[in-house]
Design a protein around this ligand. Structure first.
Ligand SMILES: Cc1ncc(COP(=O)(O)O)c(C=O)c1O
Length: 427
């Protein structure tokens, strides 16, 4: 259907949307001026599925009614509770079930993975990341270098966008891997960069880095539940992600972790072990010798936090019902529609930092509002006052993420209308 910048066009797009019913399955925050805020911050904290409270209440009831017996006798027994999520998680990230586990938080999992997969030698000790990586990732990476007696000056390689550009060029990353490959122990990149919204060609980068003998890990915080992934086929050694953004697992939700099948039985890999990673059949024999479960579960430390995992069950049911393929199809259309409106109506006031090629982005568009950082900040504050929920990243970026599970075309149309007003008043 051909696009035009009118509201009836947005309404027609919504009528044609096969996923439109999913919006009703979420709670939207209340606005000050409107019943429901215009929510575009799913890249930061996804909305709460309406079923979350029911699932949580069920586990609270189990605790009240059965207490310790719920570990084995609950409707969903607590001992293997995390396993309820395995199949859905594998579908979301394109993995085999044994390659994924939900545990801890993203940064903790990143450290656990680096303990096993960052094995520096005097000749090969560098870690390659992107300049401007999410701070927690950089802190984790630098602290791992230091833990092994290396410094960031000697062992951290940060690839930056070219002068005057916001996104990395694929060819520059590839050139760096080829140039420095023999010194690089670990290539650690995002699936989608949190600030620019740029998506990387994970299959290609993995193959290139492996050719150079490097280990490859991905931070998928902004990719999981946003882009269809094929981790098993692409072949990175590990990946980590959080579940409170596109996966709608709630604040500080239990994170995800992928370890490629080829490492499932790698007994020689060092790891920080805990009893929940120990052979399930023998766990309660309380033996002193650790025997890792083959696969990602072998990296678990502690027993599953049932109350924190319950919201993921509510959310993953929706992903299973909608499917990553249809979600991505809507996402490309919805974000493309936002791009169309911004270009048609606001090109003189707003630039899009995120790549224009849909294959190089997920649903998020990062915007730079013209007129300098102070003006941009005032316009952003104005958006908040008008009940638009999106986020600000220093020094001058506004990130907006139309999420295909719960955002509509009319949401996007209204966002652009409000952005027009906000940028007009603060030129
Ligand atoms: C790209 C990226 N990496 C890492 C993190 C840190 O996650 P956590 O606090 O769950 O460790 C975040 C949090 O927003 C993130 O966006």
């Amino acid at each position: 259907m051909s696009l035009d910048p009118t509201r009836p066009c947005a309404e027609a797009l919504d009528r044609d949307d096969p996923l439109r019913a999913y919006r009703e399955r979420f709670h939207f925050p209340k606005g000050a001026r409107r019943a429901e805020a215009l929510y575009f911050a799913g890249n930061s904290l996804g909305l709460q599925p309406k079923k979350t409270a029911e699932l949580l209440a069920q586990e609270l009831r189990e605790w009240a009614d059965r207490a310790v017996h719920a570990h084995m006798a609950a409707r969903r027994p607590w001992v293997p509770y995390h396993e309820l999520l395995t199949e859905s998680t594998a579908r979301i990230v394109g993995a085999q079930p044994a390659e994924v586990v939900n545990m801890n938080s993203l940064t903790v999992n990143l450290h656990l993975m680096m303990v096993s997969f960052y094995r520096p030698t005097p000749a090969r000790h560098c870690i390659l990341i992107e300049r401007g990586a999410f701070p927690s990732d950089r802190y984790a990476v630098v602290s791992q270098l230091q833990f092994h007696g290396f410094s960031s000056e000697d062992s951290l390689i940060e690839i930056a966008p070219r002068d005057g550009e916001d996104c990395l060029r694929g060819e520059d990353i590839e050139a760096a891997i080829e140039r420095e490959g023999k010194r690089i122990a670990l290539v650690m990149l995002p699936g989608v960069q949190y600030l620019s919204g740029q998506a990387f060609d994970m299959a290609r980068l993995t193959a290139l880095a492996h050719k150079q003998g490097c280990i490859v890990g991905f931070d998928l915080a902004h990719a999981a539940g946003n882009l269809p992934l094929a981790l098993h086929d692409w072949g990175p050694d590990f990946a980590v992600w959080c579940s409170y953004k596109y996966l709608n697992g709630g604040p500080g939700a239990v994170a995800g972790c992928f370890v490629h099948e080829r490492h499932a039985r790698a007994a020689q890999l060092p790891r920080f072990a805990g009893w929940w990673g120990h052979d399930k059949a023998r766990r309660f024999l309380m033996e002193p010798q650790f025997e890792a479960i083959p696969g990602a579960e072998g990296w678990q430390l502690s027993n599953p936090p049932v109350l924190a995992l319950a919201p993921l069950i509510a959310s993953f049911e929706l992903f299973d019902a909608a499917g990553m393929g249809p979600l991505r199809a809507k996402s490309e259309k919805l974000t493309g529609y936002l791009e169309y409106l911004l270009t048609a109506r606001l090109a003189d006031r707003v630039s899009i930092v995120t790549p224009r090629d849909p294959r190089r982005r997920g649903c998020q568009l990062s915007l730079r509002l013209h007129g300098g950082a102070a003006h941009a900040r005032r316009a952003f504050d104005d958006l908040l006052r008008r009940d638009v929920v999106c986020d600000w990243r220093e020094p001058d970026i506004v990130r907006v993420a139309p999420v295909p599970l719960y955002n509509s075309y009319v949401d996007v149309w209204e966002l652009v209308e409000i952005l027009r007003q906000a940028t007009k008043e603060h030129p």
